[in-house]
Design a protein around this ligand. Structure first.
Ligand SMILES: Cc1cc2nc3c(=O)[nH]c(=O)nc-3n(C[C@H](O)[C@H](O)[C@H](O)COP(=O)(O)O)c2cc1C
Length: 264
């Protein structure tokens, strides 16, 4: 097997090709990329075709993207990029986020424009039914839930994160020793997709927040978009133009949360 030099950040290719964003203070990806020559390379036995790396995303840029991700709730209907960029980002997530035993059980549904609006109308209908059934107080609906849902509807789009059990069960049967682990591993991988997209959407200039209206909306959503009813909805990522800056949340001390041994 030929030994070749491959830049370690080749996996970031898709992200680095994404468009820039006008939103400050997040640096547009196109401006925070650095040429390959300035970063370390390493050799290993190549098992797939060599991919040349035109641009490299620096580690600092990755940290900056993580630091700039916040929950942003006041969102609008403008977009800094064409919808094709969102599609490219979502495809980058589905192709590059890892899963246990490579199960690839996560499914993503992207709703933009009128489809996004329809989602939040469906959520509102589900809550109105609860009010009619007496399981949600009218006052709570009017003063809290309805304005919140309207806030989500005001945004540009929503990504629905699902797990497909049909791609988990065969692994549970094949590897009985790990049977009970596959479900939590699937949710962990699903969360990696959520984090990747949340962070990356914010590097594009969107604001976003993560919601959990499952399982209340699972059935009507599956019906509306003809999704397999077996798919289990895990989370909803709402995104749109940030109409307010995300606030930095209090951080517990690093020393309480990280133990680091063997540093030289
Ligand atoms: C696993 C997970 C579940 C969350 N669920 C919700 C949710 O249901 N509704 C919501 O408004 N925010 C939700 N959040 C957002 C968190 O409250 C938020 O990320 C946290 O307070 C830190 O704030 P930041 O996102 O601005 O850094 C969730 C975040 C995570 C990681």
């Amino acid at each position: 097997m030929a030994s070749r030099v491959l830049h370690p950040s080749a996996k970031f290719n898709s992200l680095c090709r994404l468009g820039s964003t006008p939103r400050s203070p997040v640096s547009p990806i196109s401006r925070i990329i650095t040429p390959p020559s300035s970063t370390r390379t390493f050799s290993f036995s190549l098992q797939r075709p060599f991919q040349s790396t035109k641009y490299v995303m620096s580690t600092d840029a990755l940290i900056q993207a993580a630091q700039n991700r916040h929950s942003i709730y006041k969102l609008g209907k403008n977009s800094p990029v064409p919808d094709a960029k969102i599609e490219e980002l979502v495809n980058a997530a589905i192709l590059n986020v890892p899963s246990s035993f490579n199960t690839q059980s996560t499914r993503l549904v992207i709703l933009l424009h009128d489809q996004h609006d329809r989602l939040w109308d469906i959520a509102a209908e589900a809550f109105r039914e609860r009010v009619a059934a007496g399981s949600l107080a009218e006052e709570v609906w009017k003063n809290q839930t309805e304005p919140k849902l309207q806030g989500f509807k005001n945004a540009y789009g929503t990504i629905l994160f699902y797990e497909d059990p049909a791609h988990i069960k065969p692994f549970q049967e094949k590897f009985p020793a790990y049977k009970d682990h596959f479900e939590p591993w699937a949710v962990q991988s699903n969360a990696m997709h959520q984090y990747f997209l949340w962070t990356a959407l914010e590097t594009l200039g969107f604001g976003a927040n993560l919601q959990h209206y499952n399982p209340l909306i699972d059935a009507p959503v599956a019906k509306e978009w003809s999704l397999p009813t077996e798919w289990r909805l895990v989370a909803q990522l709402v995104f749109g133009s940030p109409e307010a800056e995300g606030a930095e949340k209090p951080k517990k001390p690093v020393e309480e949360r990280v133990k680091f041994y063997g540093k030289q």
